[in-house]
Structures are given as structure tokens and as C-alpha cells.
Design a protein around this ligand. Structure first.
Ligand code: ATP
Ligand code: MG
Length: 641
């Protein structure tokens, strides 16, 4: 091969270079968000290949999301490295499993499970427990935790108690549903997501010929986002490695956000205990965000309690100064969403690309009000990490049609083939004017674009490969890319970056999430999640919250505890709502609540002429106490200096 190490290493800082140039063997990069960890490992792979230490085909890099894996492949190609594997743990395992399956099991590879909740529902029904969607989702999540933690049904009750889980049903009942689910799944000869990893590890552990062949094929392993590795993923990684130590890991313990699902930063923090000869590199220059964003990120994570040794890294911003992060409080969620949409319009009109804007929320249910607000302003968006795309009727119909067609193997040019198959479902030449029909059309078009994307990266891809890619994306809830503002959960945003980021719904009960309340470890994970959110922004960052959910809503919600001490004192949002209202006296004719006497403003007043949080009928004694309470509340809202 040709050696062009200089251009490859150009632009890397000395610490990044140390990681890139480290000899073969264990390397660990411990560093904060935006410091170039991902960029560093990509460069390291390229450097190792260029120097002839390994061939590209011998490299296996695992990352957290399909999109991140895709980006890694793109960056490797840009560095002229072709054929290196960059995949999620699951995708890598699935590929290997299909290859080994005939030797390990003997019959045709099993299919991926489609409709997990249905199976969990059957098992729950047989076990005699609740089968509402919400309950099934919790049960499925708990089973996933157990599998990721390498805990079988029999051991579940004891392990759940040890791990201080908060099981969705009596632990014995969960164990019963878990066992029932496994049995149903095996009878149906299908594999769930975790099975891909379990079977891959087992194949390598129990079949020495398989392990030898595999270890001969892959010689260099790289793991991004290593702080969120689960025991199950670690077991797969160990099976891949065998006795070898050619492993590069990068991670940031402050970004551990999947410990609820069994992940742990311990393997990252204890890396040198396992590999005492490892090269350890710490990066602290932040290349992603403006100093304003970096400083906010430092404040958010600086308040964290019990940070493990090795996670105490401060970020030093490298980019030129930018605008201050914005903080704003709204009366209700529709008002918050409308303001966010209006601001996005402003940014986009000012030259920020749609694909460079993200609205990030804690739970996917928050997405809807933003979808409405964006639609209102004609701003295209895509929902990432939600179930929406793959739950859409037309997408499910399309996937069924594609699966059937793939079976008959029409060998035709892929995108044209896909388009032809989707025309009967509503993929007209011209886009329909709007509404549901338009949405349907957009999803179908996205499926065609995905086919185009696939053949661009894998020129030989056929319909069967495409159908498999779709299944995989459906499993990992990774909808295809459409040009638009990204709506995503904070969890789905990890590793990614945008010019403008909106962190919305920052109220108690949502961020931190309700069920974290009273659980210190869970609260700290919520704080890290906010840190992940803040550090996604390159330039524009906005943090917002609303005091009521619905328009004129009654329930008074408090801003997130994570905001205290984080909003600068000179920001108007740092002061309680009441004092700001006095400043913004733009209400034409002031109105006052007939219960508590406060001035009414904005969309808050109800038809009855009282505050949304004032009860309708009050006696005088209660009224006094309410006034007192409102005073207290105002004091509590004041941010400490
Ligand atoms: P995260 O923890 O969020 O995954 P990360 O540490 O992986 O962050 P990267 O995504 O690799 O960070 O890099 C963040 C941004 O900084 C990217 O846009 C990357 O191209 C840029 N970057 C990284 N290193 C440098 C450098 N030495 N000079 C200029 N830009 C850099
Ligand atoms: Mg990264």
C-alpha cells in the first residue's frame, strides 16, 4: 500500500496523535465530549492500516448507533481505507452469526423477531399478569436488562434485588414472563436483539474451530462509547479477543446513560487494571462546541455527585466564541414548542441547514407537540429514535411487500426496484399536497432514498440485503435519513453533533424523569443525560421548559433541578416568573386572577378569569395560605448566586 501518513495525521493535536501512534496492543482514550475520541480512533485505524500493521479487512470497529457506524465507514473511506468493518455490536454479531450458524446449529439461520411485545404479551398472559401496552413495555425492558446483564430467568429475582431494580411486577412473576418469553421465542425459531450477542459469544466460546477462524480473520478491535458497554457486550468482545490484546477503547464516564439497561463504565475505568501495559491517553480540548457551550457543559457535570476517579475531566473550548446559551420559561408546552419552532425558522432563514438543527427531549412522548409546531411553520423534520417511523402503517406495509419480493429474488437495479414496489402503496411521482397522504409519501420516499444510500455504500446490494437492512433498522429504531430538523430523545443523540440544539421540557418529572426521584444513582444518570444533550451543540444552544403541559393547564410544574446554579445570574430566566412578567408589561389590558390576585398573562388565564393553578372555589383562609405558598415558590425559584 501507499504510505501517506502526513495528511492522515494533519490537524490532530499531540494527545490525539499519541493515541493514533501508539503501538499495537491495548489503548484507552478517556476523554470528555467533543474532544475528538471518535475522530482519533478512525485515524488510528487508518494509521495502522497504512503502516501495514493490519489489513483493513482485519479491523472490527464497534460503535453505538447505526448512524455512527455509517459515519465511521464514510470517514474511513475518505482516508482511503476500504473494507474495514464498522458496525454496532448487534450488526457485527448478526453478520457473524449468519455465517457460523450452519456449523453451530445446523439448520437455516433463524429470523429476527418481529413484534417483541406480542410475544411478551403472550408470556404475560400465561403468567397471569397485566398485558396493557405500558406494562408489557416495562416487562420487555426488564427482560432486556436481565439478558444484557447475563442473568437468566431463574436468577432474576435474586439479581434484581442485588441490583436494587424496581421491577415492573413481583420479581417471581417477571421471571416467569421472562422464561415464558424465551420458550415462545425458541418455539417460533426467532432471535431477539440480545440473542444475537448471546449466540455469537456462545459460538465462539464453545466451538474452537469457529473461534480460530474468526480470530484469524479479525485482528484489531476498536470500541467507541465504551462507557456504556453491557456485561453481554463485554462477553462478546472477550470472545472476539480470545487471548489477544489488540484493543482500542474510547469513552467518557460522564456520558454513561445506559446503566438502567445494564451498561457500566467500570470496564473503561478499570481498563489499565486488566491491561497494565495499556497506552492511556486523556484529551481535554473540546473541538466541537463554542466556549460558551463548553462552559455550560462543565457547570452541568461539575455538579455531579460521586464522580468516579478517571471521570473528572474538564473541557477546554477550542472554537471561537459564539452566542450565549439561551434559557427560557413558558406557560405551557404548546407555547414552548411554538417558540422553539419560531426560533428554528429564524436560524434556518439565517443560513443554518435544517439537518444542522436538533430538538432533543427526554421521552419520545414529548415529540408530538414539536411535530405539530414544526408542521405549523412548514419546517420539515425527522423523528429519530422514536418508534414512529417503523410503526407507520405504510412503512410496515412496505416492509412486508419488500420481504415478499426479496423471497422471489428479482436480481434489477435496487432503487428502481424498490420504487416500483412502493408505487402501489402511494409513492406517486409528484408529492401530494399535504396531510396524512403527504406523510405517507414522505416515508415511502425515505425508503427509496435508503435504497440509494445502500447501493452507494454497497454497490452489490440486492433486494434481500436491503430488506435485511430495513429489518435491522426497525429493530434498532433507526429510521432512514430525510432532510429536516432532527427530533430525538437524548439517548438517541449520543455521539452526534448539530450546529443548533434545543433541549426542551426541562421540568421536574421529565428531566429528571419521575421515576428517578429519590434514587440518587438514577438522578445522577439523568444529570449525565443532560450533559450529553448540552454537549451535542456546536454553536447555538437553547434550554427551555414550560410550567404547564396543556394550554391553560392546571398543574404547576417546576423547572428542572439541574438548572439551578447553571443559568447565569444576568439571564432574565434566572429570575422567578413573577418579576419577569412585570418587565414584559405588554399585555394590552391587564387582568388579574380573581382568586389570588396575580396578574394574568399570555395564554394562562382561563375563561373563568383565574390562574390555571388556582382552584375554582377557595375560602378566605385557604386564599391566604395560597398567597403564602406562591411567595415561597417565588423564593424557591430564585437561583443561588
Ligand atoms: P462524543 O463524546 O460526543 O462522542 P468525541 O470525543 O467522539 O465526542 P468527535 O465527534 O470525534 O468527538 O469530535 C468532535 C468534533 O470535533 C468533530 O466535528 C471533529 O471533526 C472535531 N475535531 C476533533 N478533533 C479535532 C482537531 N484536532 N482539530 C479540529 N477539529 C477536531
Ligand atoms: Mg464520539
Amino acid at each position: 500500500g501507499e504510505h501517506r501518513p502526513t495528511d492522515l495525521l494533519a490537524g490532530l493535536d499531540p494527545d490525539q496523535l499519541a493515541a493514533v501512534r501508539a503501538p499495537r496492543g491495548p489503548v484507552c482514550v478517556l476523554a470528555g465530549a467533543g474532544t475528538g475520541k471518535t475522530r482519533t480512533i478512525v485515524s488510528r485505524i487508518a494509521a495502522l492500516v497504512r503502516a501495514g500493521h493490519v489489513t483493513a479487512g482485519q479491523v472490527l470497529a464497534v460503535t453505538f448507533t447505526t448512524r455512527a457506524a455509517g459515519e465511521m465507514r464514510t470517514r474511513l473511506r475518505a482516508m482511503d481505507v476500504h473494507g474495514a468493518q464498522a458496525r454496532t455490536f448487534h450488526a457485527a454479531a448478526w453478520k457473524q452469526l449468519r455465517y457460523f450458524w450452519p456449523r453451530v446449529v445446523g439448520d437455516a439461520p433463524w429470523d429476527l423477531l418481529d413484534g417483541k411485545l406480542r410475544l411478551v404479551g403472550q408470556a404475560a398472559h400465561r403468567a397471569g399478569t397485566g398485558t396493557e401496552r405500558e406494562a408489557l413495555r416495562d416487562l420487555a425492558g426488564e427482560i432486556e436488562w436481565a439478558k444484557a446483564s447475563l442473568i437468566g430467568p431463574e436468577d432474576y429475582p435474586a439479581a434484581a434485588a442485588r441490583a436494587r431494580r424496581d421491577p415492573p411486577a413481583a420479581p417471581e412473576l417477571v421471571a416467569k414472563v421472562y422464561a415464558g418469553y424465551e420458550a415462545l421465542k425458541n418455539d417460533a425459531r426467532v432471535l431477539d436483539f440480545d440473542d444475537l450477542l448471546l449466540h455469537t459469544a456462545a459460538a465462539l466460546e464453545e466451538h474452537s474451530a469457529v473461534a480460530e477462524e474468526f480470530r484469524d480473520r479479525y485482528r484489531c478491535f476498536v470500541v467507541d462509547e465504551y462507557q456504556d458497554v453491557t456485561p453481554l457486550q463485554q462477553r462478546v468482545l472477550d470472545a472476539w479477543l480470545g487471548e489477544r490484546d489488540d484493543l482500542t477503547v474510547v469513552g467518557d464516564a460522564n456520558q454513561t446513560i445506559y446503566s438502567f439497561a445494564g451498561a457500566s463504565p467500570r470496564p473503561l475505568l478499570d481498563f489499565t487494571r486488566r491491561f497494565p501495559e495499556a497506552t492511556v491517553v486523556r484529551l481535554e480540548r473540546d473541538y466541537r462546541s463554542t466556549p460558551e457551550v463548553v462552559s455550560l457543559a462543565n457547570r452541568v457535570i461539575g455538579a455531579a455527585r460521586d464522580r468516579p476517579a478517571g471521570s473528572r475531566l474538564r473541557l477546554i473550548g477550542q472554537r471561537p466564541p459564539g452566542p450565549n446559551p439561551r434559557f427560557a420559561e413558558y406557560d405551557d408546552e404548546p407555547a414552548e414548542a411554538a417558540a422553539v419552532a419560531a426560533r428554528i425558522r429564524e436560524l434556518v432563514d439565517g443560513g443554518v441547514a435544517l439537518s444542522e438543527v436538533a430538538v432533543l427531549f427526554r421521552v419520545n412522548a414529548q415529540s408530538e407537540v414539536y411535530e405539530q409546531a414544526l408542521t405549523e411553520l412548514d419546517i420539515p423534520y425527522l423523528v429519530r429514535g422514536g418508534e414512529r417511523f417503523f410503526a407507520r402503517q405504510e412503512v410496515r406495509q412496505a416492509m412486508a411487500a419488500l420481504r415478499t419480493a426479496a423471497g422471489s429474488d428479482p436480481g434489477g437495479e435496487l432503487p428502481a426496484l424498490v420504487r416500483a414496489l412502493l408505487v402501489p402503496l402511494g409513492l406517486t411521482e409528484e408529492p401530494p399536497p399535504g396531510g396524512r397522504q403527504r406523510e405517507r409519501w414522505e416515508s415511502l420516499l425515505a425508503l427509496v432514498e435508503l435504497a440509494e444510500e445502500l447501493v452507494a455504500t454497497e454497490p452489490g446490494a440486492d433486494l434481500r440485503r436491503y430488506a435485511a437492512e430495513l429489518e435491522q433498522r426497525a429493530q434498532s429504531q433507526h429510521p432512514p435519513t430525510v432532510e429536516g430538523v432532527t427530533l430525538a430523545s437524548l439517548h438517541a443523540a449520543k455521539g452526534l453533533e448539530w450546529d443548533a440544539v434545543f433541549l426542551v421540557g426541562l421540568v421536574e418529572g421529565t428531566m429528571p424523569i419521575q421515576h428517578a426521584d429519590g434514587d440518587d444513582a438514577a438522578i445522577e444518570e439523568e444529570r449525565r443525560l443532560l450533559y450529553v444533550g448540552v454537549t451535542r451543540a456546536r454553536v447555538h444552544l437553547s434550554l427551555t421548559w414550560a410550567l404547564a403541559r396543556a394550554e391553560g393547564g392546571k398543574r404547576y410544574r417546576r423547572r428542572s433541578r439541574f438548572l439551578y446554579g447553571v443559568i447565569p445570574d444576568n439571564d432574565p430566566a434566572s429570575r422567578p416568573a413573577a418579576s419577569r412578567q412585570r418587565e414584559q408589561r405588554v399585555v394590552e389590558r391587564p387582568r388579574f386572577c380573581r382568586v389570588c390576585g396575580d396578574q394574568l398573562h399570555g395564554v394562562m388565564p382561563t375563561k373563568l378569569g383565574r390562574c390555571s393553578d388556582c382552584p375554582a372555589d377557595l375560602d378566605e383562609g385557604l386564599l391566604d395560605r395560597l398567597r403564602e405558598w406562591r411567595m415561597e415558590r417565588s423564593k424557591a425559584l430564585r437561583v443561588p448566586a
